[in-house]
Design a protein around this ligand. Sequence first.
Ligand SMILES: Nc1ncnc2c1ncn2[C@@H]1O[C@H](COP(=O)(O)OP(=O)(O)OP(=O)(O)O)[C@@H](O)[C@H]1O
Ligand SMILES: [Mg+2]
Length: 225
Amino acid sequence: MLITFEGIDGAGKSTQVKKLKKFLMEKGHEVLTLREPGGTIVAEKIRDLLLASKHDITPIGELLLFSASRAELVQNIIVPELQQNRIVILDRFYDSTTAYQGYGRGLDLETLRQINAISSFGLKPDVTFFLDISPEDALIRKFSEKSIPLAFEQSELDRMESSGLAFYQRVREGYMKLVETNERFILLDAGDEPQEIHNKIIQKLAPFCSNKQKKPMQSEKREKF
Ligand SMILES: Nc1ncnc2c1ncn2[C@@H]1O[C@H](COP(=O)(O)OP(=O)(O)OP(=O)(O)O)[C@@H](O)[C@H]1O
Ligand SMILES: [Mg+2]
């Protein structure tokens, strides 16, 4: 079973991934959590390139680097894990590409659809949790996390985080379009308490995860791109 988490930076994805992993492992499931970009030696090097704020990267270059990192992760790790009937939880997947490079940077959505299909080898998440938060509230969280005073130094933020509030607003709206048009998305209010969000997540997953013997839903199926 493949579960993905999406949302703008600071929405609380990593917090929920950690909680869900603990919960599922306590239930006796074998769980692997991975973050995008990264997850293999090559993919982690690409991650460094993408997030180091000193490098300028063109939007197309950024798209292809994210996609290259994804292809490494899917082929080398995710597919073999799913074949072993393990639960894989991803902190971001190709919906991030659609939201950030498509709606955020303005790249052609049809091109992205094709590149996403290639980089993921057609793999489709069984369920995708979208944690919704305003860019302003997310930024406040990031500030307090990094102990940055509100009159902040731009250099304290990574390359993606420095893209500005208008960019994040477009990304958020892009995610909302994905929620509206894809059944696998579950919309969650990221402003709720972490435990409350977690409870909603396990409620949604109950039909699939309550019994360790249950078959995975549809990770074997291919995305209909
Ligand atoms: N529901 C919540 N309410 C309030 N604060 C939260 C909540 N969830 C997470 N946080 C806090 O917000 C900050 C960002 O959370 P987290 O790192 O989980 O977000 P993220 O979506 O993984 O961000 P990034 O995309 O930058 O990795 C952390 O300091 C975390 O403790
Ligand atoms: Mg995170």
